[in-house]
Ligand binder design. Structure first.
Ligand code: DX5
Ligand code: ZN
Length: 220
């Protein structure tokens, strides 16, 4: 089954706990949490303290996406905060292999993310070590942007590379994913779809999840 990971970036932060509970009740598989530092990306969100609070109330795994400079330095804080998946950007990590090992040794899933202009070959020496590749289908920093179509061929190329290397990594796709393109993205090879604005802008998350499950039927 293709996993759906609502991004709380587009949730109502005044009612964050209730929003998370509603996403869970609707059947969300994991919860995507975007960490931005105003340096690696031109926006600022939250830190490990908020992730720790979310962990206390969340019944589904936390999918933490670090869009920060020097993730090597902060990975341990986000592990301690309760991440179940922790993803760092290949463009931001100086010691990517070491950081991936730190994450894996903590017993959680290690992810590596690629910006839209970062080539698939940048994964060559890390693909066998990771649990997840996060393909950015927008330039990171903001919710509500349009899906960049070239991400589809990139997803296909990563799927092929995963098979060639015998890696167990799954592919997560983040940015501009909505009910209208979810099937196309999953058919290209995505195993997990992040959905921010398209998820939290609807009135009934349950209706949306039902629609998505139907659209994604037979895949994954
Ligand atoms: C963008 C973030 C995304 C964002 C996606 O930098 O990494 O997770 O929340 O939002 P939508 O689904 O609205 O493109
Ligand atoms: Zn994200």
């Amino acid at each position: 089954m293709i996993k759906i990971s609502p991004s709380i970036l587009s949730a109502d932060f005044m009612r964050l706990g209730a929003e998370i509970k509603a996403a869970e009740a609707a059947g969300a598989d994991v919860l995507h949490i975007d960490i931005m530092d105003g340096h690696f990306v031109p926006n600022i969100t939250i830190g490990p303290g908020v992730v720790e609070s979310i962990k206390k109330i969340s019944a589904i795994p936390l999918d933490v996406h670090l869009m920060i400079s020097d993730p090597d330095k902060y990975a341990e804080d986000f592990i301690k905060a309760g991440s179940d998946y922790l993803t760092v950007h290949v463009e931001a990590a100086t010691h990517l292999h070491r950081t991936v090992q730190v994450i894996k040794n903590a017993g959680i899933k290690a992810g590596v993310s690629l910006n839209p202009a970062t080539p698939v070959c940048s994964l060559d020496c890390i693909l066998s070590d990771i649990d997840l590749v996060l393909v950015m289908s927008v330039n990171p920093g903001f919710g509500g942007q349009s899906f960049i179509p070239s991400a589809l061929s990139k997803i296909r190329a990563i799927k092929t590379a995963i098979k060639e290397k015998g890696s167990n990594a799954i592919i997560e796709v983040d940015g501009g994913v909505k009910p209208a393109n979810a099937r196309e993205v999953a058919e290209a090879g995505a195993d997990m779809l992040v959905m921010g604005s398209a998820f939290f802008s609807v009135e009934d998350y349950g209706v949306l999840m039902k629609d998505l499950r139907k659209k994604l039927e037979g895949l994954g």
